[in-house]
Structure formats: C-alpha cells, structure tokens
Write a protein that binds this ligand. Structure first.
Ligand code: GTP
Ligand code: MG
Length: 196
C-alpha cells in the first residue's frame, strides 16, 4: 500500500465512540512518549499527521486514519503516564483490553516501546491481550538512534528471546522515526496484515 496517501478520519474520546467495526484496522499502542505518533508520521511521510509532543500524554483521544478505503490505522493514547490519577489509568487500561479483545476488524497490533526501557508490565499485558485474541503483534523498539549499533542489536536479540516462547505471532524490530530505521519492515508487515 502507499502509506503516503494516509488521511485523518476522526478522533474518538473512547473506544465506544469509534466508527463502526468494519474494514481492516491496525492499532499502534505503547506507553506515553514511546513514539507512536512519530512512528505514524514517519510511516506515512507526513510530519503533521499525528500530533507529537515532548510532554507525555499528548494523545488523549483515539485517532483514526485511513490508508486507503477499508484500511485504517489507529493511534491509541499512551498508557503508563505517571501524572494521570490511578482511577483514570485503570479505567483506560480496561477499555484498552476490551478494544483488543472485542474489536473484530482489528487485524494486528503494533506495540511501541523505547528501546532503552522495553517490556514494562503494561507492555507485556498489551501483548498478552492481543495474543489471547489471536492477533499478530509487531514490537517496535523505538528511538533506536539513541543506541549505538552493537547495543541496539543486543537489545533486539534480548527482546526476541523474551518473546520467543509466547504462544502466537510476535515479531520484534528496531525502529527510529528520526533515522528511518525499521520503516520498511513496518510497511511490509502492515501490507501483510491488510491483505492476508
Ligand atoms: P503520547 O501521545 O503521549 O502517548 O506519546 P507518543 O507515543 O505518541 O510519542 P511521540 O511520537 O509524541 O514522541 C514523544 C517524544 O519522543 C517526542 O519528543 C519525539 O520527538 C521523541 N521521539 C519519537 N520518536 C523518536 C525517535 O525515533 N528518535 C528520537 N531520538 N526521538 C524520538
Ligand atoms: Mg501520541
């Protein structure tokens, strides 16, 4: 697919307000500040498509984008943001779980984590929820430009090792929105999920 033609469709305050459960959907999830919005912008070659910020918790709405008719991308709000009251965190985690388990048109989950701080509890929870629903998972170790090549490779191998015994389809790649690392792998995976 040509990801450069991606356009914004709508924002929803929560999962219940998303457009109807139709077409093929791929969601980007990850902790606040992991680089989800930056990754979407890099993938689509559009700097201002998804709003990015130095302040964690920037994306509080669920944003939906259309690559081509029937092929949608979802930018989920980040989880694990310390400044959010516990009650809101728990509520949001529950609705993320529901989305992963109930959204029929969801075909795959991209879980983004800072390559320097990967696989926190909630990251593992996201992966488990997706795999329980038989969804394939692409783990992107973001901000890979922050590590030298040797350390980067070691980190990728470590996370591959951590996920290799999971029951399901999990691929792990290094990614950098800044340097363009891993962009081709993401496009290839998404193409596969959109056209099985
Ligand atoms: P929330 O919407 O708050 O959940 O955050 P997000 O996951 O969408 O992160 P966002 O894309 O807004 O990026 C957060 C910060 O990380 C910004 O300051 C980005 O410039 C920075 N960042 C994102 N990707 C990269 C990258 O590949 N390399 C480097 N060095 N910085 C990055
Ligand atoms: Mg964001």
């Amino acid at each position: 697919l040509n990801y450069r033609n991606t356009s914004f469709i709508t924002s929803a305050p929560d999962i219940r307000h998303l457009p109807q459960d139709a077409g093929v959907e791929i969601a980007f999830a990850g902790r606040s500040n992991a680089g989800k919005s930056s990754a979407l912008n890099r993938l689509t070659d559009q700097k201002g498509l998804a709003r990015t910020s130095k302040t964690p918790g920037r994306t509080q709405l669920i944003n939906m984008f259309e690559v081509v008719q029937g092929c949608n991308l979802i930018d989920l709000p980040g989880y694990g943001f310390a400044q959010v009251p516990l009650e809101m965190k728990l509520k949001w985690q529950k609705s993320l779980g529901e989305y992963l388990q109930r959204r029929e048109c969801l075909q795959g989950l991209v879980v983004l984590m800072d390559i320097r701080h990967p696989m926190k509890d909630l990251d593992q929870q996201m992966i488990n929820w997706a795999l329980e629903s038989r969804l394939p998972v692409l783990v992107l170790l973001t901000k890979a430009d922050k590590l030298k090549s040797g350390a980067r490779k070691a980190q990728v191998l470590k996370i591959r090792q951590m996920t290799k015994d999971l029951e399901g389809d999990v691929q792990v790649e290094a990614f950098s929105s800044l340097k363009g690392i891993g962009v081709d792998q993401v496009r290839r995976k998404l193409d596969e999920w959109y056209a099985p």
